[in-house]
Design a protein around this ligand. Structure first.
Ligand code: AMP
Length: 403
């Protein structure tokens, strides 16, 4: 069964095609085709990788985001690297939907009602939800009545206890939908199940803290398979320090800036989402690799950026452990989590009092889907590759197979 998984952003899109047989493989398979497209106004850069390991790069003039995406998807059956003979070979399309507003707990087949909820939620996550809706419509036009499945990044956090969900502002906020939704749920859920598989224990016997550390960063406290707390909230801005996002700051800073500097809402959004985090503090880059290079060459602001990142990460993990009342494993996933020996080492150092012992030799190798704790560590430390696209494809396979 050929399954297309789409992960839309406002200026980029990742797409993977999987070919799955009659049963789900135990370990995540490689996609048979994967593509990344990035565009800036009039130009799109497309990178395609096929299962044979061939890579293709293309640069095209485009008039809109829709134009760029249609060009990309047509390359699935036309051009230099077709992955299917004809469009109808694609059996199902899955979409990562960032905000489901807790209307949907599970992946669901797209119908007009689902599209309406996604459109309504775009008041809260305008960049993401509009792009995702457009992806659904493009697929409808290109593939006709192919089943499309919406997989929500917020769904995994749907059953968090109200104590973790409701902001202690006026109760009316909660009644108006201002509450903690949480994000990165597709990957946190995938990591919890993968951790159980790697530890050879049922997920419902484990308490886990999952650290998704990429351009966006969040933690999840997973109690026997259920998310009970997370660091992102009403939007993906809350919580940890990120590449260009500040994470949590005292809200009075914003009212102070509005009063004393006449900074308006749009400028605050820009500063908090695009001019803060690793980039804002270091002045060097939002990319942890560049920050580390600058730090190693003696740049004091890069060192400060790293120190804040680790400080907030440790505090966040402490709060997740407290929400769980203990933990069996700490999971590192996504670009920084999977690759940065320095971040993992600095983070784990402060949890030795709980009996967590990182194996420095294993940590240095950044091995994927492996345990990097010492044998006698009371808490396992796992590096798990983020597999959102596979997690989406798996949900599509289950839905179509059930039918
Ligand atoms: P993601 O959003 O999962 O693609 O992760 C992007 C982040 O991962 C960027 O901040 C990259 O700098 C970071 N990253 C990727 N490779 C490494 C590495 N080898 N060491 C440190 N950070 C890395």
């Amino acid at each position: 069964m050929k399954i297309l998984a789409l992960n839309s952003g406002s200026s980029s899109q990742k797409s993977c095609l999987y070919d799955i047989g009659d049963s789900l493989p135990e370990h995540p398979p490689n996609p048979v085709w994967e593509a990344k497209i990035e565009w800036n106004g009039s130009q799109a850069d497309i990178d395609i990788k096929t299962s044979a390991g061939k890579t293709f790069h293309d640069q095209v003039k485009v008039t809109s985001r829709r134009h760029a995406l249609e060009h990309l998807f047509r390359s699935l059956w036309e051009g230099d690297a077709p992955a299917v003979g004809k469009p109808s070979e694609i059996r199902v399309v899955g979409h990562r939907i960032v905000l489901g507003q807790h209307k949907f707990e599970e992946p669901i087949l797209v119908n007009p009602e689902v599209k309406r909820v996604i459109a309504d939620a775009s008041v809260f996550a305008p960049l993401h939800n509009r792009a995702e809706l457009e992806g659904i419509e493009i697929m409808q036009r290109l593939l006709g009545h192919v089943p499309q499945v919406a997989v929500f990044d917020t769904a995994f956090h749907h059953r968090m206890p109200l104590g973790a969900v409701v902001y202690p502002g006026p109760y009316e906020w909660f009644e108006r939908g201002i509450r903690r939704y949480g994000f990165h749920g597709i990957n946190h859920q995938y990591c919890a199940h993968r951790a159980a598989q790697l530890m050879r224990k049922p997920v419902d016997s484990l308490q886990l803290v999952s650290c998704h550390l990429g351009n966006g960063c969040s933690l999840a406290a997973v109690d026997r398979g259920r998310s009970v707390d997370t660091t992102m909230g009403f939007t993906p801005l809350e919580g940890l320090m990120m590449g260009t996002r500040s994470g949590s700051v005292d809200p009075s800073i914003l009212t102070y800036l509005m009063r004393s500097r006449k900074t308006d809402g749009q400028q605050l959004d820009q500063q908090l989402n695009h001019e803060s985090g690793l980039l804002g503090i270091s002045g060097v880059s939002s990319d942890m690799r560049e920050v580390m290079k600058a730090k190693e060459s003696g740049d004091q602001r890069a060192k400060l950026a790293f120190d804040i990142f680790v400080h907030r990460l440790r505090s966040g993990i402490g709060s997740m452990v407290a929400a769980l009342g203990g933990f069996d494993a700490l999971i590192f996933t996504a670009g920084i989590g999977e690759n940065s020996e320095a971040v993992r080492q600095a983070t784990c150092e402060n949890f030795s009092y709980l009996g967590l012992k990182l194996d420095p030799a294993k940590n240095k190798k950044s091995p994927i889907d492996q345990d990097i704790a010492e044998q006698d560590s009371r808490v396992r430390v796992l590096v798990i590759r983020a597999q959102e696209d596979w997690a989406i494809a798996r949900e599509c396979w289950k839905m179509v197979s059930r039918e």
